[in-house]
Write a protein that binds this ligand. Structure first.
Ligand code: NAP
Ligand code: G4F
Length: 327
């Protein structure tokens, strides 16, 4: 049975990836942070009684800031695949906490890579790189597009990208960078713009909220569907040779388009409910992201299936269902 370690298993992508790997017969190990409240909501449905003998999901306390813990964990688990998804992943928050973001999102990658090297582990490594690394470079963006990060988060991800490449070239580690464009789902964190919008639309429709306050409506993003993107991560680690891949839909919508589609889905006119609030703007913005995923299609056989209009319906319907009491 193949063993995999997922950092960030409690996040949006980690939860979908855990489901995928369990369905493929893996033994799955996940790194979780100790918190004073439960932080495992997204994976509670996968939880197995620790006394069960055929259990295949194991959770371990640890933190990206604690390098020695990463060493002892890798030495005891000895996974053959490591999916490094944990990060301070919120771009706006990274302007408030640039040092912490550098320490976790950037240095956290180095700590994990170095732990692999120290343990002498023979494994394949996935680095969760981001389209945010392209920043100000105009679209379309592919694997050869120069990076121009526009946030502490983007800069930390560029560092992580190059560390993964360096360990590939210096130590022959099977390390890949998945350069994923924005991907969303009903499990998306509530403060990212898509989920913020779909939750508000559901609440407004049901009479539980009056207004929605947003920042820049003109930014354009290439939004895809998260469950499809974790499949691409897995395919990268099954390929013959390690490389870096853009994963995207190739289409782009503005935040304003997303808002209009979401309100339209419940029969409301968005302009009657949405207000502007400067607190949600960023000191520097990424104006436009559109990914060219041709390499992933050719080499991995991966292609996005779900596009924004369908994604909006999935997310709004899920938020409506979550707010509607069961009979
Ligand atoms: P997410 O929902 O924010 O999940 C982040 C995960 O990292 C959570 O499990 C979180 O734990 C964990 N984490 C944060 N700081 C940690 C620390 N110091 N030590 C250990 N764990 C820590 O992010 P996501 O959307 O699933 O994204 C997964 C990865 O892909 C991230 O690296 C993100 O930057 C990157 N990425 C995401 C997208 C996207 O559109 N979603 C696109 C490109 C790249 P808690 O649950 O305890 O907070
Ligand atoms: O949903 P967002 O916060 O996502 P952003 O900044 O694109 O970052 C996400 O995607 C990256 C991949 O490109 C990931 F690496 C990263 O971890 C994260 O998952 O904001 C999207 C856009 C921005 O232009 C923002 O300025 O929406 C704009 N926006 C407008 N009003 C808002 C709001 N964003 C948020 N979060 N909240 C608002 O009220």
């Amino acid at each position: 049975m193949k063993k995999a370690l997922i950092t960030g298993i409690t996040g949006q992508d980690g939860s979908y990836l855990a489901e995928l790997l369990l369905a493929k017969g893996y033994e799955v190990h996940g790194l979780i942070r100790r918190a004073s409240t439960f932080n495992t909501k997204r994976i509670d449905h996968l939880y197995e009684d620790p006394h069960q003998s055929d259990k295949r999901l194991f959770l371990h306390y640890g933190d990206l800031t604690d390098g020695s813990r990463l060493v002892t964990l890798l030495a005891s688990i000895r996974p053959v695949e490591v999916y490094h998804l944990a990060a301070q992943s919120h771009v706006r928050v990274s302007f408030d906490e640039p040092e912490y973001t550098g320490d976790t999102t950037g240095m956290g990658t180095t700590r994990l890579l170095e732990a692999i090297r120290m343990v002498g582990l023979d494994c394949r490594f996935y680095q969760a790189s981001s389209s945010e690394m392209f920043g100000a470079t105009p679209p379309p963006q592919n694997e050869d597009t120069p990076f121009y990060p526009r946030s502490p988060y983007g800069a930390a991800k560029v560092y992580g990208y190059w560390m993964a490449r360096n360990y590939r070239e210096a130590y022959d580690l099977f390390a890949v960078n998945g350069i994923l464009f924005n991907h969303e789902s009903p499990r998306r964190g509530e403060t990212f713009v898509t989920r913020k919008i779909t939750r508000a639309v559901a609440a407004i429709k049901l009479g539980k909220q009056d207004r929605l306050y947003l920042g820049n409506l003109s930014a354009c993003r290439d939004w895809g569907y998260a469950p499809e993107y974790v499949e691409a991560m897995w395919r990268m680690l099954q390929h013959d040779t390690p490389s870096d891949y853009v994963v995207a839909t190739g289409t782009s919508y503005s935040v304003r388009d997303f808002v209009a589609l979401a309100f339209d889905h419940v029969g409301l006119d968005w302009e009657k409910y949405v207000d502007h609030d400067t607190r949600y703007e960023r000191p520097t913005e990424v104006d436009s992201l559109i990914g060219d995923a041709s390499k992933a299609t050719t080499e991995l056989g991966w292609k996005a299936q779900t596009h924004v209009p369908e994604l909006v319906r999935i997310m709004v319907d899920a938020d409506l269902a979550a707010l509607t009491p069961e009979d």
